[in-house]
Ligand binder design. Structure first.
Ligand code: LIP
Length: 256
């Protein structure tokens, strides 16, 4: 039996919402939230579609989303209607809907739906991670053979030196690096052995809530730069890996 039976209607809602991102004029209609920070009409419409749909399923669960001012409650849905909005607006095909259920102080369920490849990543706490129904396990690659993704804070161009310095150091030790800008998909890609590590000095909870569970249920690790667990009520500095290279990444990013 699928571990996701109880979340079937939630998954159907997410897959249904993806249609909105296929509407050309909704993706082109863009508003600037800040430096290098866009919101399209598609983000707003997916937000409303899912908020209303989730409310009908269970009105006692809170709602915390990139596109709405609010705060984390327990229990709560954590939504990024489109993770990789800039990618979507530019036609760079790396964007996803990311939805997680936070309850009892942790993520209990997460789904990330790739808007272009139509791949569905999902995980339930204690029951594993799946890609289109197939169980996922992280790689066992060491740093020499690893592909590493990194995030930068696009809105803070004056303080990016540290990230590029770290990326350079890691680049010299690993196989190669990437920066594709959907943190949700980056975490799923580590779960699916397509990537081995990811780091970012500042990432928001909705970008990583679902991906964190998908990663850890596939055997991966995630921690903050100061070696703590993720705090889902605020932004975090994160290191996410296949587990095998976690010490290497921690030691290079924040040596004790
Ligand atoms: C984006 C992230 C991306 C990160 C950007 C941004 P958005 O999310 O997923 O990886 O580098 O700073 O936060 O804004 O497209 O949902």
């Amino acid at each position: 039996m699928s571990p996701f039976m109880e979340f079937k209607e939630v998954i159907d809602l997410v897959v249904g919402a993806a249609q909105i991102a296929s509407t050309k004029n909704l993706v082109e209609k863009v508003r600037f939230k800040g430096v290098a920070d866009f919101v399209t009409e598609a983000d707003m419409q997916i937000n409303s579609f899912l908020k209303n749909g989730l409310k009908i399923l269970d009105k006692s669960i809170g709602f915390f989303s990139e596109e709405e001012i609010g705060k984390l409650t327990d229990p709560c849905w954590i939504l990024d209607p489109i993770d990789g909005t800039t990618n979507l607006h530019f036609g760079y095909k790396m964007s996803a809907i990311s939805l997680a259920l936070y309850a009892n102080g942790d993520i209990q369920f997460g789904v990330v739906y790739d808007l272009f490849n139509r791949e569905l990543f999902a995980a339930k706490k204690g029951e594993g991670s799946y890609l289109d129904g197939k169980r996922l396990n992280v790689s066992t690659r060491n740093i020499e053979n690893s592909l590493i993704e990194f995030g930068v804070v696009s809105a803070d161009k004056e303080n990016v030196n540290s990230e590029f310095e770290l990326a350079q150091k890691i680049f010299l030790d690993c196989l190669d690096i990437r920066r594709t800008c959907s943190a949700a998909l980056n975490l799923c890609y580590i779960a699916a052995k397509r990537l081995d590590g990811y780091f970012s000095r500042k990432i928001e909870p909705w970008d990583i809530a679902a991906g964190t569970l998908i990663l850890t249920e596939a055997g991966g690790k995630i921690s903050t730069y100061d070696r703590k667990n993720i705090n889902y009520s605020t932004s975090n500095a994160i290191i996410a890996t296949n587990g095998s290279i976690h010490h290497y990444m921690q030691n290079i990013i924040s040596p004790t």
